[in-house]
Write a protein that binds this ligand. Structure first.
Ligand code: ADP
Ligand code: MG
Length: 368
């Protein structure tokens, strides 16, 4: 068999050429070698314009160091590019347009609203979605705060806990406002009336990006810190969806988001569930329920023509043990599992996409 190559597509983080998650890619290279597959790392900036040539980064397993190598652009690509507000992101779009023959392990998904609308078409998933609508003006605030004591306002296209507000109705006249700005900095908490809040949001949203307004799930632990769960669902070496694992996350003090990038810390799922759920529910059952939801979401994505090799789902479980779907993430990091010491899960999280890549290669070879 000719040498097969998987290209991992990423973006430089700065002018100096820093690349995130190189340790993970090093391990993916090792796994690839085990399976007889070469793994290389490249960014659109490494591609020679108008040619099929690229100067990739390749991890040399013998000398344990990254080196630069000229090669042809890989046919099979694992897209790990995260959104950047830089010209590099524009280059990425151009690269994809210029090379339409590349087969991707994963393609982009829709924004938070598109995904919410898709999931809500299926009653078995809809029942796990917090009530959500697109935010337009004070009418939506009034409606939501009338209906729910707790409400979240978040950018339709945001990531990493940026630009999210938590609004808690303290009385008919007073709302507690907490959150993070678009740079992810925690804003000082304050109390406001509905009218003040409405003009606060007008100012807050001066960039006029779209927002969602969503039923908030009360997730504060006794310590006052919020929590949630991160579940990773991946395709394996036979192309089938599997739940790789799930971990709990506890937000930083004063944070209204549990994202690890916002200073959160990871904890084993069962430990966190048994701490928080107050009803005498069977935790094993709740966990199985969470996993089933993960598989259902993966199948639903597939059914709706989203091409993915993995998806990470932000999950909330309330005091009664009810499971809520918070968000879908197509380009997850895998560190949560390492942080909680679930090393087997961590290994699987790294090896699954590589095994799936090999499966995909074999599919490409089959006569159509
Ligand atoms: N409806 C909600 N109720 C309670 N907590 C929420 C809600 N929505 C978001 N959060 C918290 O905020 C975090 C970030 O929100 P999320 O929708 O995942 O956006 P992002 O793309 O910024 O990660 C979640 O992981 C969760 O901790
Ligand atoms: Mg999230």
């Amino acid at each position: 068999m000719a040498r097969i190559t998987l290209g991992i597509l990423t973006l430089y983080l700065n002018e100096a050429g820093a690349i995130e998650e190189k340790r993970i890619y090093e391990q993916m290279t090792r796994k690839g070698a085990e399976l007889g597959m070469q793994v290389v790392l490249f960014t659109p900036q490494d591609v020679v314009s108008g040619q099929n040539k690229v100067r990739v980064h390749e991890y040399d397993l013998k000398f344990k160091r990254w080196k630069r190598v000229w090669t042809t652009i890989p046919i099979l690509v694992f897209d790990r590019c995260r959104i950047q507000r830089t010209p590099r992101y524009k280059q990425l779009r151009e690269f994809k347009l210029k090379h339409p023959k590349i087969v991707y392990l994963n393609k982009p998904i829709g924004n938070k609203w598109t995904m919410h609308e898709m999931l809500s078409q299926y009653s078995h998933l809809e029942e796990h979605l917090p009530y959500t609508r697109q935010y337009t003006d004070i009418k939506d605030l009034r409606y939501m705060l009338n209906k729910y004591e707790l409400v979240y306002l978040k950018p339709i296209s945001g990531t990493g806990g940026r630009g999210i507000l938590r609004l808690e109705r303290l009385s008919n006249q007073q709302i507690l406002v907490q959150g993070r700005d678009l740079n992810r900095d925690i804003i000082q908490q304050r109390k406001m009336s509905l009218t003040t809040l409405s003009s606060f949001i007008e100012r807050w949203n001066h960039q006029k990006i779209g927002y969602l307004i969503q039923q908030g799930i009360p997730l504060k632990l006794r310590s006052g810190r919020v929590h949630d769960y991160r579940m990773l669902v991946q395709r394996d070496g036979t192309g089938e969806w599997q739940v790789t694992g799930a971990a709990g996350r506890i937000g930083a003090p004063q944070s209204i988001t549990a994202n690890l990038h916002g200073g959160g810390s990871a904890v084993p799922m069962v430990k966190l569930m048994s701490n928080f759920i107050s009803k005498p529910v069977d935790l094993k059952l709740v966990q199985r329920n969470v996993e089933q939801i993960g598989l259902d979401i993966a199948k639903c994505m597939e059914y709706n023509q989203y091409e993915l090799c993995e998806i990470a789902i932000d999950i909330a479980i309330d005091k009664n043990g009810k499971v809520w779907i918070i968000e879908l993430n197509p380009k997850p990091s895998r560190e949560v599992f390492k942080e909680i010491g679930e090393l087997r899960t961590y290994e699987l999280a790294i090896s699954n996409p590589i095994e799936y890549a090999l499966y995909k290669f074999k599919q490409l070879d089959k006569p159509r």
